[in-house]
Design a protein around this ligand. Sequence first.
Ligand SMILES: [Mn+2]
Length: 402
Amino acid sequence: MEELPRRESPTGATLRFIHTSDWHLGRRLHSADLHEDHRAFLTWLLQEAQTRSVQAVVVAGDIYDRAVPPAESVTLLDETIAAFAGSGIPLLLTSGNHDSAVRLRYGAQVLADSGIHLRTDLAGVTSPVILSDDTGPVGFYGVPFLLPDAVMDELGADRSHASVLAAVGKRIVDDAAERGLTRTVVAAHAFVTGSSACDSEREISVGGVSDVPADVFGGTSYVALGHLHGAQSVTPTGSPTVVQYSGSPLAFSFSERDQVKSVTIVDIDGAGGVTTQRVATPTRRSLRQVTGRLPDLLERASGDLADLADAWVKVTLTDTDRPSEPMAQLRAVWPHTLLLEFQPDLDPDVPAGDLVDVTRGADPTDVLSDFFRHVTGNEPDGARIAVMRQAAEALQSSAAEN
Ligand SMILES: [Mn+2]
């Protein structure tokens, strides 16, 4: 158990902390480097923690985007940890499914003396960080992402996240009771039943099952979740335990374009009652998605879509004929276009045919022509048929040679 010096809380009888998760340091948004966005967020986070007089910051896993992060991301975390240690605001960090637990806990025993607490293994689960306000202590428990195969025997659990976390939850509740802690916070990295995912989380299912019931940490005051990148509450109806995802501080996919990225400020009162508020994180660019024919979009770029010049943009082109160098044309008007997809707008009156029928043709040129019709809805002209024939014949002759 680590007893920490008390920081002045806003009201004295309330303990306030920031819950965040899924920083994914080192991650890119398609071709865009997010390093400066991450740096701006972490600078802002410390300022926010100081301005709002929080007593701790809890980070619920996926600190890094991958087991071996880029050197500049390691440097950024190092600088962040040093800044928090210097400010006297304790940090509790757990490892998520993207982190290497062993690499993340480098220096952990020494860092703990400076108020930087890493929880990356099963043994650390029952070693809470204890903070206090005028009412008394609050125990902060950090549960890293645990692979069922690695810990099920030790926990006497089945091979599932639900079973493993139920066993961990029981250990925590027992430990808190032993220590006489009536107010507890648990940071965990899991997929809770009924929550909504987006496109940037990595699958964690074991035997096809990834979810865990929200009441697995029942008996605690607040469960600070990581893993899902959209902020959301998953508190079971009528439960005294408040369970929330803070979401990631930055968007990592276009599926998150309508989310307001945030951190969660949590206040625990003397009776263990919890109130939360979300504070939006700084964003350098918004994410926008547009669909249409290239000439129309280019024209609108100087009109109603002019503001896309500052945004990260995903474009879906509906042209039936594929335009020449579309990305270059789009970037000329919207320099931060990151993603380009094609979805030809086919005339519904022209039957596109069935892909099974397409592959029935005996002559490879016929197959290619049918495929062309299927994709574009148009008849291939003479020049296109000539290219197809040439390609088909080249393939046939190379097959004959081998
Ligand atoms: Mn994540």
